[in-house]
Design a protein around this ligand. Sequence first.
Ligand SMILES: Nc1ncnc2c1ncn2[C@@H]1O[C@H](COP(=O)(O)OP(=O)(O)OP(=O)(O)O)[C@@H](O)[C@H]1O
Ligand SMILES: [Mg+2]
Length: 308
Amino acid sequence: MSKTILSVKNLDVTFKNGRESFTAVKNVSFDVYEGESFALVGESGSGKTTIGRTIIRINPASAGEIAFDGRKISGVIDKELDTYIIRNIQMIFQDPMASLNERATIDYIVSEGLYNFNLFKDEAERREKVFKALNDVGLLEEHAERYPHEFSGGQRQRICIARVLAMQPKFIIADEPISALDVSIRAQVLNLLRDLKQERGLSYLFIAHDLTVVRYFADRIAVIHQGQLKELAATEELFARPLHPYTKSLLSAVPMPDPDVEKDKKLIVYDPTMHEYETDKPSWREIFPGHFALANEKEAAEYAAAYR
Ligand SMILES: Nc1ncnc2c1ncn2[C@@H]1O[C@H](COP(=O)(O)OP(=O)(O)OP(=O)(O)O)[C@@H](O)[C@H]1O
Ligand SMILES: [Mg+2]
């Protein structure tokens, strides 16, 4: 059995604005194993970034619990644990155009965490760490003296990744790391992340809004819709035996390589109002080993029967 590095249990995140309140994340539970790429997939506004931000403690958890490396990290924690989390859980943010300080050199941007945590003994060691991180993402030492505006979108995303790598974290939250990039460089960045994982035994929470991107990257996938997980399974299992109608609708949007299949394919539209419940409410159930879905008793029986 693999070791769990991150555990999210019954997480709720509610935003309050005066009298209004909005629950963006509802009763979400999942574990990420050490060395695993775990993907969180769902449409815009489904709560993906909010979950990432709650793990790194930018947003507070309203209910539930998050544990990292066996220690509870949600709620009140001590300074030592806080430092440990900042060093070991790093997030690559969704928008590489917005997440770099335009007035700082690349050298400073990549070193910022090193400065904050005194992670070098002298200037030579700091420079060495910066150069290594730049090299790791395919950038050059001379780039260190430049400013963000001198770089393309893809290069900026590499700078964001270098900044994360300089901290030598155990766990990386990659929030749609390639969606702002040109199609031609997406594969490069994905391959880079995958190689880094293999070389360093990193674990990822990889956030995406479509399944195509994660198919060749993720070990397991959780599908989220309106703040709730709908289904969770190993990647090929999810593609082979999708259970929840929302997952099926996402899959129907994935282009098929065979033009004949593609031509006759029907787009499945998911209508959440068709899945509102007065009685027999859905809960998180293991339908097949390791394959979970949000279902009530009747649906669970139908899901299990569908692939017999
Ligand atoms: N600070 C906030 N205050 C109030 N509402 C918020 C806040 N942050 C996020 N939300 C709301 O929570 C919901 C989930 O937002 P979130 O950014 O997590 O979605 P997402 O799945 O990452 O979407 P996208 O794919 O567009 O990035 C949205 O309805 C959003 O408007
Ligand atoms: Mg987001």
